[in-house]
Design a protein around this ligand. Sequence first.
Ligand code: ZN
Length: 473
Amino acid sequence: MLKNRFLFLITILCLGIFQGSLFFAEEISSDAAERFGKEVRKHWSTEIPLDESAMKQTGIRRLESKHLILYTDLAASKQVDELPKLFDQLIPLLCNYFELNPQNYETFKVEGFLINDFEKFKSGGAVRQVPNLRNGYALRCRIWVRNQDSEYYRRHLLLHEGVHAFMGYAFGFWGPPWYREGIAELLGTHRLENENLTHGYFPKSRNELSGWGRIDLVRDDFMKHHDKTINDVFELESEDYNENTAYGWSWAFAVFCENHPRYKAAFRQTAWKLNGTPADIAKRFLELLIEKIRSEQPEWNEQEIIEHLNNDWTDFITNLDYDYDFERTRIDYKPNTQPLLTSETQFQIQADKGWQHSGVRLERGKTYCFTASGRFQLAEKPKIWYSEPNGITLRYYRGIPIGTLLATLIPDREERFSAKEGTLGIGFSAPQKIGLGKVLTAEVSGELFFRINDFPAELSDNTGNITVKITAP
Ligand SMILES: [Zn+2]
């Protein structure tokens, strides 16, 4: 699945450039997005009227807050009856996220249906628009949600559909499946503490968000070698979302962008212009991303930016886990990587970081001698654990003792299509064990990266360094 990932994204991009500078000339701003949304709303059809008394007769209750009228056949309870108030908290958070003036959304109101017994809702005309409701659905300012056993997941679906309704109202469009579901999942994944809503929440453990399971879905797919490239995510179709796995991948891409300073703004700003074909939106996202990165790092060309994006994504999905440490796993790429020419070169590898760019290239067919030394801290509790570069066999991560020094090569562009992704020592998903030392012949020419093997949620309690010496031929 990782094969040709680079080619796809570059093709998307070249098509965009080929079509001229239209996209850059277009105004992409929250103001323009709102103006567009207003125009679209003018052409909305009138909603099918509801027969409230018929619904009442079948035992459907009506709960109302500032931004939501919720019809439900669920019995009165604190968890259910407070949902409209929770929904009210979502709207200002969304205004803030999309950089919109909340005053423009004072009167935004959604009619929601939280359904336990679907049959009951037929009498009042409430489900005429959704005869095949699976879990949730949104249409203009109406949302439908099937009741869930898990309180968390019931709220999650309500907020997820609420994001759709809000975006449809504000911008007129939701965008292609990867974007509309990714952003609804991102902003619907939440935490409730003392009745205060935090959205865009990243769970710390499996038990925290009951019924959600997005991380497990992506990890299971990855373990079955069904991992998705960014282009695969872009190409997800509406039918793919009959399975929750597609929601998992869309969430993963959204949360990956949201937590990376190079990609965050482009992901958010894509919401400001969602009209066009799915390919248009993917192209626009990449153009926004390149524009932003080049304004900060003009030494990077477009191909390098796309390569880094792909490599960062591979690293992320390889190691995705609860409480993932986005900051410490972020890869800093050094500019102007040079071949390793001197007879002996030395590097310092930090124990509390993910992949670290050495800034040198190795050359295909040449043999290199690695030696590593140093003692570093790997854990603080229940007691301090020290390790050396050959790791500690008491605990394993991805089948390798934690603390083991790892290396990998990211193949040069011209080698990319001949290099087998996933071959040991090539790419972030297939690192090579170095330990205290090793003699290796480079299978491809490429840039050299190091890291210490550890769980992605457990880097913060590491301290210290490893010194690696490489003797070149
Ligand atoms: Zn959705």
